[in-house]
Design a protein around this ligand. Structure first.
Ligand code: 2BA
Length: 133
């Protein structure tokens, strides 16, 4: 489809108001460290991808992370994944385990556990229809 390299790109390609795009669009949802989200979104915008950043938090650690969401042409998925790989780094975090319920005379010595988080958790979903109204 000529002129439709990436719906996320600015300029005339797809996503023109009133003209739906059917088929070749993917929605990329990337859960990343909040420190990486800024540089990632900057790099995406530099390459003319449009992105939405949402504040989120992990169910396990219950700490703030960031969810970056972008709709792109399927041909651009690998380019976006490369940018995510470049800008999102794994980190280790210390977690304090919940103390167990103790019987009288038992004791619990809490010590923090190390958990590795990210680079990024990425979902690539098919989009049935994309339209900017
Ligand atoms: P959290 O749920 O806070 O998980 C943070 C890290 O804790 C995970 O890193 C993983 O290393 C560990 N973890 C999570 N659940 C665990 C469990 N049941 N047992 C042991 N360790 C566990 P990542 O795997 O890199 O995930 C980073 C964040 O990405 C997650 O934060 C969550 O917000 C999101 N995420 C990961 N997998 C997901 C999934 N299948 N669906 C939706 N969100 C997901």
């Amino acid at each position: 489809m000529p002129g439709f390299r990436a719906i996320g790109r600015t300029g005339p390609p797809g996503g023109v108001a009133g003209r739906p795009i059917l088929g070749r669009v993917k929605l990329i949802v990337a859960i990343v460290n909040p420190e990486d989200a800024g540089p990632l979104v900057d790099a995406l915008l530099e390459r003319d991808f449009r992105a939405t950043r949402l504040p989120s938090s992990g169910g396990f650690l219950r700490q703030t992370n960031a969810t970056v969401m972008l709709g792109v042409d399927e041909d651009s998925v690998e380019e976006v994944l490369d940018l995510i790989r470049e800008h999102c780094h794994a980190r280790t975090q210390l977690v304090n385990p919940m103390p167990p319920i103790l019987e009288p005379g038992e004791f619990f010595l809490p010590y923090p556990l190390e958990v590795e988080v990210g680079g990024a958790t990425v979902f690539v979903l098919p989009v049935e229809r994309f339209e900017r109204l």
